[in-house]
Design a protein around this ligand. Structure first.
Ligand code: SF4
Length: 326
């Protein structure tokens, strides 16, 4: 496939002002540009379906203001210890039968633990990867040694979101700093694991923070292979429960900008999709999103059911992307 986009090679030196200019382009023009880039780098009729499973739920010591799994808040989430690897592999097996090609396993930890629990995670990674699925984990901060072990077990990708701009980060999370995120991302890269890194829109940030997040992502070298764009799910009991609803067109704008800035990356329409109409989701696809998460729950928040997803993809004439794992 082409190495360039509109005559411009893959760039990592985007200036914030350039990102802002793209983000503020009139929407029809922005979507047109994004779709043009998308067609140059991706099969336009393919969408990857990913399944997310929570392998350890709730009781997290971090205070991410959007998260019902934080122990700091009173959200109605039932805590659950680390799942049995056999159970996780059986969920993955069912997912394969439904055309899923990527499995993401999320654990509500500040950092990946050492010892027996980590061994269990490695067992899950080995089991899921043996099914031919791409395997992604999100376990909190990682050491370089843990990243190497995960890679050896067959991990394809590690998810570690930057969430928002460096400037707004402190309003959302106080228990860690932006630089710690970047350090884990570097450990993941060093181990040869691909990076899944994106953010959440609708947390009360300004448009300039969305630009700031996209600028951070687009100046990572290499770009994250996977860029999940989430829309805040306003969960009762969390500090962001009464945030005003985000205009869905901001999701379209952010996805289109991500597509133009990071042409090769898979841009994932992630959490919050249930709040978008089928027409808004269609616009997100037009803007260059080429992956969705399936399954009735995304960790702890609701997601459209498999039938709804199938119907939508079918009505749009989109087909699932085949696995490139293994
Ligand atoms: S987002 Fe992750 S790190 Fe933050 S509170 Fe939730 S589970 Fe913990």
């Amino acid at each position: 496939m082409a190495q360039t986009s509109g005559g411009i090679g893959l760039r990592h030196d985007w200036k914030k002002s350039e990102v802002q200019e793209i983000y503020e382009t009139p929407l029809p023009e922005l979507v047109y540009r994004a779709q043009t880039v998308h067609r140059e780098f991706h099969e336009p009729d393919r969408v990857q379906t990913c399944q997310l499973i929570s392998i350890k739920t709730g009781g997290c010591p971090e205070d991410c203001a959007y998260c019902p799994q934080s122990a700091h808040y009173e959200a109605d989430v039932e805590r659950q210890g680390l799942l049995d690897p056999e159970h996780v592999v059986s969920v993955a097996r069912d997912a394969v039968a439904r055309g899923v090609t990527r499995m993401c396993m999320g654990a509500a930890w500040r950092e990946a633990p050492q010892g027996r629990e980590f061994e269990k995670v490695l067992e899950m990674v080995r089991g899921v990867s043996a099914l031919g699925l791409e395997v992604c984990c999100t376990l909190g901060m990682l050491t370089e040694g843990q990243a190497v072990k995960l890679k050896e077990a067959g991990l394809t990708a590690y998810n570690h979101n930057l969430d928002t701009s460096p400037e707004f980060y402190g309003s959302i999370i106080t228990t860690r700093v932006y630089d710690e995120r970047l350090k884990t991302l570097a450990a993941v890269r060093k181990a040869g694991i691909t990076v899944c890194c994106g953010g959440i829109l609708g947390m009360g940030e300004k448009a300039s923070d969305r630009v700031g997040l996209l600028h951070q992502l687009a100046t990572l070298k290499p770009h994250p292979e996977s860029v999940p764009i989430n829309m805040l799910v306003r969960v009762e009991g969390t500090p962001l429960a009464s945030m005003p609803a985000l205009n869905p067109l901001e999701m379209v704008r952010a996805i289109a900008t991500a597509r133009i800035l990071m042409p090769r990356s898979r841009v994932r329409l992630a959490a919050g999709r249930k709040q978008l109409s089928p027409e808004a989701v269609t616009l997100c696809f037009l803007a260059g999103a080429n992956s969705i998460f399936v399954g009735e729950k995304l960790l702890t928040t609701p997601n459209p059911g498999p039938d709804e997803d199938e119907q939508l993809l079918e009505s749009l004439g989109l087909k699932p992307l085949e696995s490139h794992a293994g």
